[in-house]
Write a protein that binds this ligand. Structure first.
Ligand code: HEM
Length: 110
């Protein structure tokens, strides 16, 4: 599917809320959060050398994957989606921000 470039650009700005903890793009490394390259379609909890919370270790073992629905739910209310998650992030409240970040993460997943 074609991703709206304007939305991707908006998402790059929204990613500033994530960048304290996450890197994405060429050469991205883990920080306090895992690198996010290819996260759309990726198995949950699958970045090498990153120590995930128990819930994501279990999700990984169950083969659960990140898609637009699960990412939206997690980013809206991280602790509701995954009990005990280590991601100390209040959540994305604005619908426009959510659409933009999804486009941005998707673009980095192709
Ligand atoms: C995990 C996205 C903000 C820290 C994750 C995962 C995603 C994600 C998709 C799951 C990755 C995987 O399964 O490999 C985002 C986005 C953010 C954001 C898009 C901004 C909108 C933050 C912030 C922090 C943070 C601000 C730090 C204060 C973490 C940590 C994990 C994580 C520690 C691992 C969670 C666990 O093991 O329970 N994030 N994140 N994230 N993120 Fe974020």
């Amino acid at each position: 599917a074609v991703i709206d470039p304007a939305l991707v650009e908006a998402g790059e700005k929204v990613f500033r809320k994530c960048a304290a903890c996450h890197e994405i793009g060429e050469g991205a490394r883990n920080k306090s959060g895992p690198q996010l390259n290819g996260v759309v379609g990726r198995v949950m909890g699958s970045v090498e050398d990153f120590k995930y919370s128990k819930g994501f270790v279990a999700a990984h073992d169950q083969g659960r994957t990140w898609d637009e629905v699960s990412i939206t739910e997690y980013l809206a209310k991280p602790r509701d989606f995954m009990k005990g998650t280590k991601m100390a992030f209040a959540g994305l409240k604005k619908e426009a921000d959510m659409a933009a970040i999804l486009a941005y993460l998707q673009a980095a997943s192709e």
